[in-house]
Write a protein that binds this ligand. Sequence first.
Ligand SMILES: Cc1cc2nc3c(=O)[nH]c(=O)nc-3n(C[C@H](O)[C@H](O)[C@H](O)COP(=O)(O)OP(=O)(O)OC[C@H]3O[C@@H](n4cnc5c(N)ncnc54)[C@H](O)[C@@H]3O)c2cc1C
Length: 373
Amino acid sequence: MPKIAVIGAGPVGGYAASLLAAQGHEVSLCEEHKEIGKPIQCTGLLTGSFDELRLPPKSLQSFLVNTTERIELIAPSGRKIEIKQKEYVIDRSKFDGYFVDKAVDNGAKLHLGRRFISAEDNWLQFKDNNAGRRIYAPADFVVGADGPNSAVAQQFGLFGQREFFFGVQAVATGEFDPSAYQAYFGNRFAPGLFAWVVPEDNKTARIGVAVRNNPRQYFDIFLKELNDKRKSKIRIRAWQGGIIPVYNPKLPTEIKNKLVLMGDAATQVKATTLGGIISGLKAAECLAESLKRRESYAQTWKKEIGRDLWLHLQMRKVMDKLSDDEWNKLMQLMGQEKIIPILEKHNREKPGRILFSSLLKEPRLLQFVHHLF
Ligand SMILES: Cc1cc2nc3c(=O)[nH]c(=O)nc-3n(C[C@H](O)[C@H](O)[C@H](O)COP(=O)(O)OP(=O)(O)OC[C@H]3O[C@@H](n4cnc5c(N)ncnc54)[C@H](O)[C@@H]3O)c2cc1C
């Protein structure tokens, strides 16, 4: 049986290790940090598509913090679109821990404090952060699930051209509607993307922005605008943040019989919202499936999620160029009674269904397509 080394015990590496160990592979799971799920660098918002993953029925309860019932999209003008759709707010530390525990239960060997450094032939070099020395371990097959800066991708020459957003988030106290996740659009505080308020309950929310530069400056503008509209002010309890890659469809993600990349290490992130958890977990399922069927991993995941990620990337190109007036116009068109049922029926994991159904009902949406060129 070949030795498989999974590098990175985030949710994607943990899930991949659990699936491969369940198939009977000899798996070692190596994580540079001494504790799983820390530091938190994520909002932990998941669409209902999480239910489609091949997980035991009650798994969600182990890490669920809140279920929101509505998405509120707020245009730069202040106009609000309400979409009835459930989203899960999770505890990211418990979430990562859930997958790693499953991997260990299925027989994977977990090595904490072990940072991958380089590879030569079938030997991997690590820095043991516990003992402060270099160690070497053999591996026939490497799974790079080591996040946006992937040392695995760099060492195997697959890093390529990557573009990043910088996210900054505060866990804050105040008065919040626990049933609604809010996304605020406007170039003042979130050029090209949106700022978010994700409630844990009626007193605590995760508030953040993701931008290409100066995230803290944009965050401060956003917080001020939120506070200006409130009687009781929002107070920050903790800061979090991290980098998020933009999907690059040209990146190679597989060296046959030797290496695969997945999750943020493979830029498998929705370029419109920068959500990468569900697509990364689906890629882990694709790896297990492709090994079982002796098929190409790259072809398997591209068939499963490649088209959707590509569509998000095209939408990102448009979002990058929208002025506030155009955002207002877009939101006015998307907020029409004839479009809302489409937004409520399909979630953002399947952008093709939203795009094509909306265009059929409202051809004026085509006016934004010129931004692609
Ligand atoms: C502010 C912010 C908010 C976000 N909000 C959301 C959201 O609401 N929903 C969503 O779907 N996505 C969100 N994302 C994106 C999401 O966090 C990532 O897509 C997701 O974490 C990817 O999982 P992963 O397992 O591929 O990588 P990671 O979670 O980055 O895990 C990689 C693991 O590898 C380890 N590692 C790194 N290098 C090495 C090495 N050399 N050796 C050993 N171990 C190593 C790391 O310590 C880490 O544990 C957000 C990101 C940010 C920054």
